[in-house]
Design a protein around this ligand. Structure first.
Ligand code: COA
Length: 159
């Protein structure tokens, strides 16, 4: 399988926040933002491997700024690390004030997907083509995060 650059699968998703996404104070629910994060990450993962993918792990998420009704929420996702069948995506979430263009970073999340074959079993994905120093650094950081996730999953199973 030929290696593929993170640029080939980079995805931007944006959607306008409506009252049904929010509580009575107008703050968009964290769970709704998490759903969009999962969607944005999955799109980048599936673009990378051109296979159906399922979410296997979502790292903890912290919301640094509110997302309000009337904001445009912008989610940028890109591949940071791939294993044999797994793909880690980094999803960066911004709000954009539609009338001014002012953007605020609300959070960054890492989500891991597994590519499936036609029998819904994990299947190998294309390696990641690492060209820039940033891509190489992100890959190493992703590898370390993945090792930690697997160690945590083993600890959870043992307890
Ligand atoms: C994802 C799933 C197919 C993996 O099955 P599995 O039997 O654990 O398969 P494997 O052991 O071969 O692992 C597959 C990959 O997942 C990775 N993985 C497994 N558990 C993981 C965890 N807790 N965190 C991160 N990665 C994990 C493995 O390291 C492996 O990656 P690699 O091939 O790059 O090394 C299975 O757990 C599943 O179907 N889960 C439910 C998915 C789902 O419904 N998601 C929500 C809706 S999309």
């Amino acid at each position: 399988m030929d290696p593929r650059s993170p640029n080939e699968s980079k995805t931007e998703l944006s959607t306008f926040m409506q009252p049904e996404h929010a509580n009575l104070q107008g703050n968009v629910h964290g769970g709704w933002i998490m759903k969009l994060v999962d969607e944005a990450g999955a799109l980048a993962a599936m673009r990378h491997c051109r296979r159906p993918c399922v979410t296997v792990a979502i790292d903890s998420m912290t919301f640094h700024a509110p997302v309000l009704v009337g904001d445009l929420i912008v989610l940028e996702s890109s591949i940071t690390y791939v294993g044999r069948t797994s793909i880690e995506t980094m999803v960066t979430v911004y709000t954009e004030k539609i009338l001014t263009g002012q953007r605020t970073l609300t959070n960054t999340a890492f989500v891991v997907y597994v590519a499936l074959d036609d029998q819904r079993q994990p299947t190998a994905v294309a390696p990641l083509l690492l060209e820039s120093e940033l891509e190489k650094r992100r890959f190493e950081q992703g590898r370390a995060r993945q090792q930690e996730r697997l160690a945590r999953a083993r600890r959870d199973q043992e307890s």
